[in-house]
Ligand binder design. Structure first.
Ligand code: ADP
Ligand code: MG
Ligand code: MG
Length: 883
């Protein structure tokens, strides 16, 4: 029904069926709107006849007559699309007031003030919506007719020293109506139509036109709503909230949309029409005691002022919740003590509220477990896992810069321009934001120490972003407005310059930067969260693993429900805490002059690798851990500063110039497509050999110590089965050697990453050697698109804006392209080995939309960073129960 009648129309009809008091009316379908546009903006043939038929029926119900000089009915023309686009399209109220009908209505109601108040509202809205916007008139200097008339109204009130609209008398309003009409004639060159028939037709067309109004079009772009849906038009008899102090209008939520509490929550205004509350023209009063706060507690509530009507509204609240089994957002109007319902729709809510309401409604028996799972979106769940900026307070501050929302949540702290400073501040217990041009492995400690991270360059899969998300840390990357001057130690954003110690506040969920303190709230410690996740896991069928390389991260991941590690990057032991010793050896190994020398350093390195591997496998006891062989662009680990180069030359016992030559020899034009992954092990087999040995020894030792390790070895960047075979020979040999040396039986799986398009095409052959596949969707996306993920950021921004790409393919899997390769790889792999284990370890493993796709592609598991685990679990459960 929603598709045809729009959300508003369908729910108005539903409320009528529930026997609620809804003013009579009818809905013109969204199909008519589509026809209207296909038909060169002509109303479809026969539409107006049907409209007049509908009007006759509404008149019968209301006991009034449209355009009648003694007993006239007035109507509103209201927009309403399939999915809610709040405030984006237009509505006109009080249609049908003209010289014919005004005197009769005054006589009938004996309330000239009400009639002229309605009339001046009609003129204002009609001029704005029908005569200006729908005609496509671009206002001079951007000041539209609505603004001009509003200003006249304000000046008039000022001249009379009125504080509120309600003080305007009947004479004032009559005078203003005449003024308005003159201004309209002068500005727009046409008369305001003094004819009820014309007004109605104009109103209907204007609502159709508002589908293509600027706001509506922009909103559709953002929300991805198709242009050809069209809007319905609801023509509805008016209920008047502006007849005096016995009348009112209001908006309410059946439960608190911010906290989810089962308390009726709303605002109302006496002697007003609906638009006054929504547009914030007057400060509304609290609906009831539960809605009172510091700002409005002195204002009278509906509960106090109209207890009978309030009770009736409470009953309707129950009826609606019973029917829709969800929290609703409702609009109502009271005309001389009689209550009318004007709208209801499922209300928007925060993450906390979504969780609370879902669990409450489950306990109230309104919804079942599957529905509980559907009620909380992964984005809402994500909100719960991070401290966030208090949106109310945030609205009071000005955004100074924008970047990509890489790590969610909020952060507040003083600026630190170096990792050392961030660490110093953390030790001193001072919250800080690490601001960097970009981050590299040497910043890891600083990133750990920072409360938030802000970088001028980098994309969503940049190092900083990956790491930040892994820790659940607030992070904004690619903030191009930042100008960092390391010489003066300053950061410039536009006109303003900041130095270390100045405050910055980040909204990592939206990518917004503030230079003032914004209040924060913490939503994590919610016992409902645990209960909810239990239900989620009950229905989830696909496995969920984590990407982790340290015992600490692994422990965190276990708390968030990890069922194993899908990606342990061996090279991560060379970043961050305790990395100095192994990193020093790694450097020497990389810069060795001969194989003999390299083997010497590798032998030293093996001890560290074993140690690192054992630590994590021990924490993941009983659950699988996939170790990826070293996959670094080598240049990342080479010393960059003169003194470090000099020091290393001394340690290697060679001249500085000789070392510089070796470093030069490692330079690659495009390191991401150079000596990486399995290629490294083929050029230098001893590097793989060392890792195999460390892994097998770790497994054997752990088992001897009474643990239950599940070892999986994964070869990265494979393009051909011959590569895998080449490495497998080394692996088999080392396996046999370690087994006999340690007198132990060592079990392991030998698998590969699928991350280059060629690998998906020859997956059937690769599966003859591999026990499992893990799709590295970051590289697969990079290689399939030919996008360098570190450089293509701003281009992707433009592509999204120009609708060339629907989304950033590094964030959400490109299903029609990269996704097809994934499917192909799974299919071909399983043709060879039906039981082949298949997973995903790219960042997409934590993206809900992509998780659904992976579920459908038949993956055994997805693997993501620890803080994304609850999201991945929820997304997997939602995929399993269906939407
Ligand atoms: P939006 O979709 O922007 O909320 P609406 O069509 O709901 O626009 O109308 C704007 C305001 O006018 C709302 O507060 C609504 O309740 C009020 N309104 C609309 N139609 C009527 C009517 N027939 N009688 C009284 N108030 C109305
Ligand atoms: Mg509305
Ligand atoms: Mg990769």
């Amino acid at each position: 029904m929603k598709n045809l009648l729009g959300g508003k129309g369908a729910n108005l009809a539903e409320m009528c069926l529930l026997g609620l008091p809804v003013p009579a009316g009818f809905t013109i379908t969204t199909e008519c709107c589509t026809d209207y546009y296909e038909n060169n903006c002509e109303l479809p043939e026969g539409l107006m006849e049907q409209v007049w038929d509908g009007m006759r029926k509404a008149e019968q119900v209301m006991g009034t007559k449209y355009g009648d000089k003694d007993n006239c009915m007035l109507v509103s023309c209201r927009s309403g699309a399939r999915s809610s686009m709040p405030g984006m399209m237009d509505t006109v109220l009080n249609i049908g007031l003209c010289s014919e009908t005004i005197p009769g209505l005054i006589k009938k109601t004996d309330n000239p003030r009400f009639v002229y108040d309605s009339y001046r509202r009609l003129i204002m809205m009609y001029a704005d919506v029908v005569m200006e916007k729908a005609e496509g008139i671009e206002p001079v200097d951007g000041v539209g007719i609505r603004k001009i008339l509003d200003d006249v109204l304000d000046e008039y009130k000022e001249s009379k020293s009125y504080k509120s609209d309600t003080e305007l008398t009947s004479e004032d309003l009559q005078f203003l109506a005449t003024e308005f009409k003159t201004i309209i004639k002068n500005k727009l060159g046409v008369e305001f139509p003094d004819d009820a028939t014309k007004q109605l037709e104009g109103g209907i067309k204007a609502v159709f036109k508002s589908w293509n109004g600027k706001k509506a079009v922009a909103y559709r772009r953002i929300e991805g709503i198709p242009d050809d849906w069209g809007t319905a038009v609801n023509v509805q008899a008016m209920a008047f909230g502006n007849t005096g102090d016995g009348s009112a209008t209001g908006v309410a939520f059946t439960r608190n949309p911010a906290t989810g509490e089962n308390l009726f929550y709303g605002e109302w205004l006496k002697n007003a029409q609906g638009e006054d509350v929504v547009a914030g023209i007057r400060t509304p009063n609290p609906l009831n005691d539960d809605t009172k706060n510091e700002q409005n507690k002195h204002l009278v509530s509906m509960q106090e002022d109209m207890p009978e009507t309030y009770k009736e509204l409470c009953e309707i609240r129950t009826i609606l919740e019973n029917n829709f089994r969800d929290m609703l957002d409702i609009e109502f109007t009271i005309q001389d003590g009689k209550l009318y319902m004007l709208q209801c729709r499922v209300g928007k809510r925060t993450g906390v509220a979504a969780l609370t309401m879902a669990m409450d409604m489950f306990k109230e028996g309104r919804i079942d477990e599957k529905e509980v799972i559907r009620r909380v979106s992964p984005t809402q769940l994500d909100e719960l896992l991070h401290p966030i900026l208090d949106s109310k307070d945030e609205a009071k501050h000005t955004v100074v810069a924008k970047g990509l929302p890489a790590g969610p949540g909020g952060a507040l702290g003083v600026i630190a321009l170096t990792s050392e400073e961030a660490m110093r501040l953390q030790k001193a217990g001072i919250a800080n934001v690490l601001v960097r041009e970009e981050t590299n492995p040497e910043d890891v400690e600083g990133m750990r120490a920072a409360d938030g991270i802000l970088t001028a360059r980098g994309g969503m899969t940049s190092h900083a972003a990956l790491v930040a998300r892994g820790w659940g840390k607030c992070c904004i990357v690619g903030c191009e407005a930042l100008q960092i001057n390391m010489e003066n130690k300053t950061v410039t954003i536009g006109e303003k310059t900041y130095k270390e110690g100045d405050i910055l506040c980040l909204n990592g969920t939206k990518g917004l930067v503030y230079d003032e303190k914004v209040a924060m709230i913490n939503a994590t410690e919610n016992p409902l969260f645990q209960e909810f996740m239990q239900i989620v896991d009950k229905y989830r069928t696909m496995g969920v693993r984590t990407n982790a390389d340290t015992p600490e991260d692994t422990e965190q991941a276990l708390k968030f429900g990890a069922e194993g590690i899908g990606l342990f990057r061996i090279e991560h032991m060379f970043y961050g805490k305790n990395s100095e010793a192994p990193l020093a050896i790694l450097r020497k190994m990389i810069l060795s002059g001969s194989t003999e020398e390299r083997k010497k350093w590798l032998n030293e390195l093996q001890v560290y690798i074993k140690q690192s591997v054992k630590g994590t496998m021990k924490v993941m006891n009983g659950k699988p851990v996939t170790f990826r062989l070293i996959d670094p662009p080598l240049h990342e680990f080479v010393p960059h500063t003169e003194d470090k180069v000099a020091q290393l030359a001394e340690e290697l016992g060679i001249k500085v110039s000789e070392l510089k030559d070796r470093i030069e020899g490692l330079k690659e034009v495009n390191p991401m497509m150079g000596l990486r992954g399995v290629r490294l092990g083929i050029i230098y087999p001893e590097i793989s050999e060392t890792q195999f040995r460390a892994l097998f020894e770790a497994e054997a030792e752990l088992r001897k110590e009474g643990n239950d390790p599940h070892l999986e070895i994964m070869v990265p960047l494979t393009v051909s089965v011959t590569e895998l075979k080449h490495q497998k020979e080394i692996c088999d040999r080392v396996h046999a050697e370690v087994e006999s040396a340690m007198g132990a039986k060592i079990n392991y799986l030998y698998g590969t990453m699928i991350e280059i398009p060629r690998a998906t095409l020859v997956a059937d052959e690769i599966a003859t050697v591999a026990d499992f596949f893990s799709f590295g969707t970051n590289d697969l996306t990079q290689m399939t698109f030919g996008f360098s993920r570190d450089d293509v950021n701003s281009i992707i921004g433009e592509y999204k804006e120009k609708k060339i790409l629907p989304a950033d393919p590094f964030q959400t899997l490109d299903q029609e392209g990269v996704g097809q390769l994934v499917k192909l790889g799974v299919e071909r792999g399983r043709n060879t080995k039906p039981q082949l284990k298949v997973g995903v370890c790219g960042e997409h493993g934590g993206d809900p939309e992509s998780v659904e796709f992976f579920f459908k592609a038949g993956m055994n598991y997805v693997s993501c960073s620890p803080f994304r685990l609850p999201l991945a679990r929820l997304a997997a459960a939602q995929a399993a129960v269906g939407k």
